[in-house]
Design a protein around this ligand. Structure first.
Ligand SMILES: NC(=O)c1ccc[n+]([C@@H]2O[C@H](COP(=O)([O-])OP(=O)(O)OC[C@H]3O[C@@H](n4cnc5c(N)ncnc54)[C@H](O)[C@@H]3O)[C@@H](O)[C@H]2O)c1
Length: 447
């Protein structure tokens, strides 16, 4: 952090100046550690009517020996708030957001969580209900911008009849695993989730492949998947062979040197996973490159390589990996998009084109009837500013702006992206498919 804005405002003099000038000071985020409690403190759970998802929250917190309260009194501190508005049907009922959440926000502990629960407005029974349901998104996104000290606000939309599928998402959003996930809409739908024997090792017995695993976000994904119990096949180009071996050794997995753009990439991955690990359950398409230039100066090489590594290679590999004899039933596919693919970014027409294409691919695969029948989920993360070698190359001023222009006033860690990917990879999360979750601290880019 030395030499950065965050380093400056955490020095004694810098801190004083920042307070006087009202400048943002990045908080230390609560991140997951094995054995750490799901939430730091009691959780306020409330809502409208029977609040069925709220009941699930109470049950899962009771199992974790975490207290829940129905209201907070002045001066009381809570670790999180869950407001179940799945029953909302009128605009008047929106006032619950104010009466329930406002007092709790005042007493929210650092790195606290606000989770608003609702249903998709497109399935509403009346225009008023659609308006009230959709209104929850504006509330949540604004609250994300108001919360301080590393706290986040997210909206969970649970399909009618799928309340029982929401547990893994609730756990993720409450825990330190979602430290850099802020102001997101997570959708839970049908599926057949299975609860792990241990929530500390939700991927026990699974085999995962991670491309681009030699360094950066890919190496962190390998670490987290292995920590959660998976055997990990680490893939990267031969030129990154030494770093790849280090990752594979660290996680107790295997290394596979491979250029993902090669025609036989899918076959080689599958053959390796089958022969060394006995099958394949999780595919994480993380390998990616940038070759930035303004469009006016964009040559064919820069354009073509970015589209091919970031998108074309995934399509080709999927033909084998998702075909018959590939990924096992109930498996999980996770792609890595970018907020540049959502908001666009100057100098990155090629990159943003490829990363927007990734989102289209996720939507198509999640809707594919064959994959749905097999219980395969397909999701994407869209990282914002993450501290890696890729972003270290960005010029200083642009880099500092990228770090600060988000509700948490700091860059995310590769670990934060990896935690979201590991959650997408859980069988317990089988109701979450077709989601693109930004891991961006509510970046102002495309917010
Ligand atoms: N760092 C960020 O802030 C950020 C933001 C948004 C999205 N992303 C995405 O996250 C992913 C990982 O990014 P990172 O920051 O860790 O990048 P990185 O450059 O540090 O690591 C990428 C890895 O992919 C490997 N790779 C590249 N081309 C390959 C190929 N043809 N075959 C096999 N491996 C290949 C590289 O050797 C490298 O090890 C990428 O898809 C990137 O676009 C990163």
């Amino acid at each position: 952090m030395a030499g950065t804005y965050a380093g400056l405002v955490s020095s004694p003099l810098g801190k004083k100046l920042a307070v006087q000038l009202g400048l943002p000071r990045p908080a230390q985020l609560r991140r997951y550690a094995v054995g750490a409690p799901l939430v730091d403190g009691p959780v306020l759970v409330g809502g409208l009517g029977e609040a069925p998802v709220g009941s699930r929250v109470r049950a899962l917190l009771a199992a974790e020996a975490i207290d829940t309260v129905a209201e907070v009194t002045a001066g009381e501190r809570v670790g999180a708030v869950v407001a179940d508005l799945t029953a909302i049907s009128t605009l008047d009922e929106l006032d619950v957001l104010r009466t329930l959440v406002a007092p709790a926000v005042k007493g929210l502990k650092p790195s606290g969580r606000v989770i608003v629960v609702g249903r998709d407005h497109r399935t509403a029974a009346s225009p008023a209900q659609a308006a009230a349901r959709r209104a929850l998104e504006g509330f949540t996104r604004s609250l994300g911008k108001e919360l301080r000290a590393g706290s986040t606000a997210n909206l969970l939309l649970v399909e009618e009849g799928a309340d029982a599928n929401a547990d893994a998402a609730l756990r993720f959003l409450l825990s330190g695993r979602s430290a850099y996930v802020d102001a997101q809409v997570v959708r839970v739908g049908p599926g057949s989730p299975t609860e792990p024997a241990s929530w500390a090792r939700p991927l026990d017995g699974k085999v995962a492949v991670v491309t681009g695993a030699a360094r950066g976000i890919g190496a962190a994904i390998a670490d987290v998947l292995a920590r959660d119990g998976a055997a990990v096949v680490c893939v990267d180009i031969p030129a990154a062979g030494d770093a790849l071996t280090r990752t594979a050794n660290r996680v107790g997995g295997t290394a596979l040197q491979l250029d993902v753009t090669s025609a036989e990439a899918g076959e080689r991955i599958l053959e390796h996973a089958n022969s060394r690990h006995g099958g394949l359950d999780i595919v994480v398409h993380n390998a990616g490159i940038t070759r930035d230039k303004l469009l006016a100066n964009m040559d064919e090489g820069r354009w073509g390589s970015v589209i091919d590594v970031n998108l074309g290679a995934i399509l080709r590999m999927n033909q084998t990996l998702l075909g018959s004899g590939g990924l096992r039933d109930g498996g999980h596919v996770v792609l890595v998009s970018s907020i540049a693919g959502i908001a666009g970014n100057r100098g990155q027409t090629n990159y943003a084109t490829s990363k927007a294409g990734v989102i289209g691919l996720v939507e198509a695969l999640a809707a594919d009837s064959g994959l749905r029948r097999r219980g395969v989920t397909v999701n994407a993360v869209a990282p914002g500013f993450i501290e890696t070698e890729m972003t270290a190359k960005v010029p200083f001023a642009t880099r500092e702006v990228g770090r600060l222009l988000n509700s948490l006033n700091q860059g995310g860690l590769p670990l934060d992206v990896a935690e979201t990917i590991a959650w997408f990879s859980q069988d317990a999360n089988a109701g979450v498919s077709g989601n693109v979750v930004r891991v961006c601290g509510q970046s102002l880019l495309g917010a």
